[in-house]
Design a protein around this ligand. Structure first.
Ligand SMILES: [Zn+2]
Length: 169
C-alpha cells in the first residue's frame, strides 16, 4: 500500500529472478509458471490466481481465473486447468499429475480435484477464509498428496496488490 508498494514489487522481482535460475523440473519452477498465470489474470482484471498441471515433468495445462471473462462464478483457475489437463490426456483422472496453484483451493475446487483424483497438489498462499482446509482435509482424494508454501509470500502479495488496486480505482 502507498509508497511501500514499489519496494515490495522490486523485492518480488528479485525473488523471481532467483527462481528463474532453478532447475527446470523443480517444484519452484512450476510454481513460478502458475504465478505467471496469476499475473496474467491480474493484468486482465481477474482475481490473480493461476494454476498449471504437470505430468512427467511437462506442463500439460495452464490456466488462470476467468470468472469475469466467462461471467462464470465457477471459472476458477483449478477448474479450468483440470478440464484442460483431462482433455490433453484424454483421461478424466489425473492420478499421475501434479497441480501447482498459487492459492489454496476453495471447497469447490478441492471437490473437483477429488473427482479428478489428482496425484499431488502444491499450493502457494493459504486461504484463511475460503480454503478447503478450513472445512476439512478430507475433501481431497485420500491418495492425493498436498504440499504448501512455495512462493507463498509472492502469491499473497499479488492478491493483496490486486485488492488494493481495486479499492483505489
Ligand atoms: Zn476454487
Amino acid at each position: 500500500m502507498g509508497s511501500g508498494g514499489q519496494a515490495d514489487n522490486a523485492d518480488s522481482e528479485n525473488k523471481q529472478n532467483t527462481l528463474m535460475s532453478l532447475s527446470v523440473y523443480s517444484p519452484e519452477r512450476f510454481m513460478l509458471e502458475a504465478y505467471k498465470q496469476a499475473q496474467l489474470a491480474f493484468e486482465k482484471g481477474e482475481i490473480p490466481i493461476g494454476a498449471v498441471v504437470v505430468a512427467n515433468n511437462r506442463i500439460i495445462a495452464r490456466a488462470h481465473n476467468q470468472v469475469e471473462l466467462l461471467n462464470d462464478a465457477t471459472a476458477h483457475a483449478e477448474m479450468l486447468a483440470i478440464t484442460a489437463a483431462a482433455e490433453y490426456l484424454g483421461n478424466k483422472y489425473l492420478k499421475d499429475c501434479t497441480m501447482y496453484v498459487t492459492l489454496e483451493p476453495c471447497v469447490m475446487c478441492a471437490g473437483a480435484l477429488h473427482w479428478a483424483q489428482i496425484g499431488t497438489i502444491y499450493y502457494g498462499a493459504s486461504d484463511l477464509k475460503r480454503g478447503f482446509t478450513m472445512i476439512s482435509n478430507n475433501l481431497l482424494h485420500p491418495k492425493t498428496k498436498v504440499n504448501t508454501g512455495i512462493m507463498a509470500e509472492e502469491c499473497q502479495a499479488l492478491l493483496e496488490g490486486f485488492f488494493t488496486k481495486l479499492r483505489n480505482e
